[in-house]
Design a protein around this ligand. Structure first.
Ligand SMILES: Nc1ncnc2c1ncn2[C@@H]1O[C@H](COP(=O)(O)OP(=O)(O)O)[C@@H](O)[C@H]1O
Ligand SMILES: [Mg+2]
Length: 262
């Protein structure tokens, strides 16, 4: 048997195990397609990371893809009867080049390579850390559960494997949502010492009547040389969206002052 055949057999076996059948429930995704997609997208090391998480009881199984992005795929998984979101960063990607700006200047990244697998692992670790800091600061974010190599596991926001709508998907937002976003930005800055860096209607869920920030991959520390620039951009994005949906917004400078004031 050739090395490729061998690898494929291992991947098939692991893929089947990751998508262990759950006969109790009916799901939206055709598993065989999912399994094939998993093999096509992830290399052997990623499959082994997931497999190892399952063997160590950190994860029960994966149910299907929630969304595929440029840099990561989000899966719906299960752990102890609970839905979890499993965000898996591609290890072979070119779009990470765009991230160098976030990493250069972040002292947490000193001595870390700016390309390759190690960098992707650092990137996952950083998003996980940012989520933890945000949550500890009282910002509504998905609860971070586990990080390993290029895999992040967190609380699933939504029901029955369907993610809660983002503000972008809803195409609406209220004054209360706007105020809550501003309060979250301030808490994030003051208490977590972070700027989201990619904040917009695309990275805010509305779930059970409340807003929740997510996608902390681009967040930077307050001390980052680009922190102010990113904060202003976040504010402008938020203002643009809320004024579009008819909410009266504050001036960007006023918000900036408010976020940065003690
Ligand atoms: N914790 C979560 N619970 C449920 N769905 C999620 C969760 N995190 C992400 N998703 C889904 O995956 C999509 C992409 O996630 P995101 O973290 O924004 O990655 P990207 O870097 O691709 O933008 C989200 O729009 C949402 O639909
Ligand atoms: Mg996103």
């Amino acid at each position: 048997m050739s090395a490729t055949d061998n690898l494929r057999r291992i991947q098939e076996r692991i893929g089947a195990e990751l998508f262990r059948k759950d006969r109790q429930t009916r799901y939206l995704v055709k598993r065989s397609e999912e399994e094939q997609a998993l093999e096509a997208v992830f290399d052997r090391r990623t499959l082994f990371t997931l497999y190892s998480m399952i063997n160590r009881g950190l994860l029960d199984y994966l149910n299907g893809v929630v969304r595929s992005g440029k840099e990561a795929r989000v899966y719906w998984g299960r752990k102890d009867e609970r839905d979890v979101a499993v965000k898996i960063f591609y290890t072979v990607t070119t779009s990470f080049k765009n991230r160098t700006i976030y990493i250069t200047g972040d002292r947490r990244f000193q001595g870390v390579p700016t390309s390759g697998r190690t960098m992707v692992y650092e990137w996952a670790k950083k998003e996980f850390k940012n989520l933890t800091l945000a949550r500890d600061a009282g910002v509504p974010v998905p609860e971070p559960l586990h990080v390993e190599k290029n895999v992040i596991m967190m609380e699933f926001i939504g029901d029955y494997g369907i993610p809660a709508p983002t503000l972008a998907e809803l195409g609406s937002g209220t004054q209360k949502d706007y105020n809550a976003v501003l309060v979250s930005m301030k808490k994030l800055y003051r208490h977590a010492g972070l700027v989201h860096g990619d904040l917009s209607e695309f990275n805010i869920f509305k779930y059970k009547g409340k807003i929740m920030l997510f996608d902390f991959a681009s967040a930077v520390e307050r001390a980052h040389p680009m922190a102010d620039e990113l904060l202003v951009r976040d504010i402008k994005n938020i203002n643009r969206f809320f004024s579009k949906v008819g909410v009266s917004t504050l001036k960007a400078e006023q918000i900036l002052k408010r976020v940065k004031s003690t």
